[in-house]
Design a protein around this ligand. Structure first.
Ligand SMILES: Nc1ncnc2c1ncn2[C@@H]1O[C@H](COP(=O)(O)OP(=O)(O)OP(=O)(O)O)[C@@H](O)[C@H]1O
Ligand SMILES: C[C@@](O)(CCO)CC(=O)[O-]
Length: 324
């Protein structure tokens, strides 16, 4: 017998409050119209002469595939395989040891750019197992387990990325708050610098800064939260609030010379921009008013730019799909 489920969940943009959210402050986040798709199949093998139970994984975006003997698991797998094995172990009691499992992943979310690809991966992974074995989605349970998977990728994240990918739309989020809000920005561009970054490294860097500069660090975090509150209350001030939030992220040490240059070039044309996500590379968001993608690319032609995206915001969270 063969059972298959397909799910998808979105990436995210942090509009304001990244890093401060790790320390319990409020952040503003929206889901985006770029999704990760995952298919999970369990196939019971009738005459399983080898007595092997295999987990076959195919990552279409990185063109990697694995075939893992589930009776002989070791601990030297890449992190995304460790994540899969963690969730497999949580659902093991539902799975016949005469079965093979197949997982396929494909994604529209650039990997490692700060747009929440690992969170979408984690949410889809938990969502797939949940749907196959419980036949339903329970968003709260899925979000909680996805957080644990995110911890495998990131250490001690705030939970903002998995929460927005599970629930979708736009959220005011803190460790103790999850409130949907109507939030729309017109002409919001994502500028992918293509500069590799490590979320874990940037979070560690901020932790070090705060430990060594407690008073300034606390003030910075409080000011970031103030910025977020104003973004929600006074959306007409968003240009100025982007600039303030970026300055505060710079104080925390997560901007770079390349990012500062790009932001200055845009500021010279009255375009407000800021880091979105961990910083150190990755993506920026910019309020582009009437500039087209080609005009922005032209403005930034001497800088490190991989892509520019205009995306839909506030989309649906985790959902079942019919087609992979
Ligand atoms: N399409 C995919 N195929 C396989 N693995 C993926 C895919 N998307 C994400 N991953 C896993 O997630 C990791 C990326 O996590 P990382 O935190 O570096 O980036 P991100 O989630 O895109 O950024 P951020 O957490 O700052 O938003 C990849 O290294 C890989 O392990
Ligand atoms: C940098 C950070 O604030 C956002 C990463 O998308 C880390 C986190 O919230 O876990």
């Amino acid at each position: 017998m063969k059972k298959t489920v397909i799910v998808s969940s979105p990436g995210k943009l942090i509009i304001g409050g990244e890093h401060a959210v790790v320390y319990g402050r409020r952040a503003l986040v929206t889901s985006i119209g770029m999704r990760l798709y995952m298919e999970l199949t369990e196939e019971e093998i009738e005459n399983n002469e080898t007595n092997k139970s295999l987990l076959k994984i195919l990552f279409h975006d990185t063109n990697q595939h694995y075939s893992i003997d589930l009776l002989d698991i070791h601990d030297s797998y890449p992190i995304e395989i460790q994540a899969i094995l963690y969730v497999y172990n949580r659902f093991k009691s539902f799975i016949s040891n005469q079965s093979h499992l197949n997982i396929q992943v494909r994604s529209e979310i650039p990997i490692g750019a700060g747009l929440g690809s690992s969170a979408a991966f984690s949410v889809c992974l938990v969502g797939c197992f949940y749907l196959l074995y419980y036949k339903t989605f329970n968003q709260e349970d899925i979000n909680q387990l996805s957080y644990k998977v995110e911890c495998i990728f990131h250490g001690t994240p705030s939970g903002i990325d998995n929460t927005i990918s599970t629930y979708g739309q736009s959220l005011v989020y803190s460790r103790t708050l999850k409130k949907h809000i109507n939030f729309h920005l017109s002409n919001l561009a994502i500028i992918d610098t293509g500069i590799p970054k490590s979320t874990k490294k940037m979070v560690d860097l901020v932790r070090l800064f705060i430990e060594n500069n407690q008073k300034d660090g606390e003030k910075c975090l409080n000011d970031i939260e103030l910025c977020v509150d104003k973004m929600i209350e006074y959306p007409e001030q968003i240009n100025q609030l982007f600039q303030q939030n970026q300055q505060l992220l710079k104080c925390l040490g997560v901007s770079t010379i390349e990012i500062d240059n790009i932001i200055q070039i845009l500021a010279d044309k009255n375009i407000s921009a800021k880091i979105t996500g961990a910083g150190g590379g990755g993506c920026l968001i910019a309020l582009t008013s009437n500039f087209t993608k080609d005009q922005i690319l032209d403005l930034l032609k001497d800088n490190h730019i991989k892509s520019i995206y205009f995306v839909e915001c506030g989309v649906e969270g985790l959902r079942e799909e019919q087609i992979f």
